[in-house]
Design a protein around this ligand. Sequence first.
Ligand code: CP
Length: 311
Amino acid sequence: MKNYTSINDISNLSETIKDAILLKMNPFGYSEIGKHKTLVMLFFNSSLRTRLSTEKAAKNLGMEVMVLNVNDVWNLEFEDGTVMNMDTTEHIKEAAKVISQYADIIAIRAFPKLKNREADESEIAMTSFKKYATVPIINMESATAHPLQALADAITISELTEHKKPKVVLSWAPHPKALPHAVANSFVEMMQYLEVDVTITHPEGYELDPKITKNTPIHYNQEEALKDADFIYVKNWSSYNNYGQILNTDEKWTMTKAKLGKAKLMHCLPVRRNVVVEDAILDSAQSVVIRQANNRTFAAQVVLKKLLENL
Ligand code: CP
């Protein structure tokens, strides 16, 4: 593996999931592989799970870790050929090369602004670091993808699957803020690779990028979609076609105990209780959200290990 910016960077998914589960059983089994290697994590946005689980994963492999909150340092310029006489102070061309001298691997979190679809889809932060850095890049959630989360979700489903081909439903939920599409996109892409029966349910107007959903069934009737589900992944996202807008906050889409049935509840966290999911489910044994968050460590660890092996 040369970079991990999308789940398509994984060459053998089932083997990678198995390796992650083995790392979970023996987290310090490769504690020499990262000796004298440094992970630099750059955050343009807030994080709890990604920051701590990725740092823990790196330390399990013996790496040093440096964390930089990018908003605390010089304003970065990403456009080529710009006359930098306004607010930006340092160009990505220098910044990426300088950071590469301190890092063996760079991990980046850079959310979309949700104002301009074309601008967000250009993934300027991720693509610029990939272009100008001289070390591997990990995506810790960008405008369109959250591949570490999707890998943790795949590990969780693999651990808990009782049938050969479980039914997995991605169910939209209301939220007071406009949220990105990254988690939903990467989850759908990941489910398309796995041996699962995947369905998406959301109100009309919340269709994800058709280049992502492809032939995945979409139901506007949530009750019908959830029938006989083994795993229900609840997530809000803003409209893709009316880019970044909130079209619906209808609480009838909130996940309830009655709707969950016998399925396991998945969510990437953080979750707004009693808006996205009812307390009664989050506090029940059917919720696997804490396991998902734990698996973030082993998703990051398997990715870091594969990158370190290729340095
Ligand atoms: N799920 C997830 O990425 O959590 P954080 O935003 O807290 O990192």
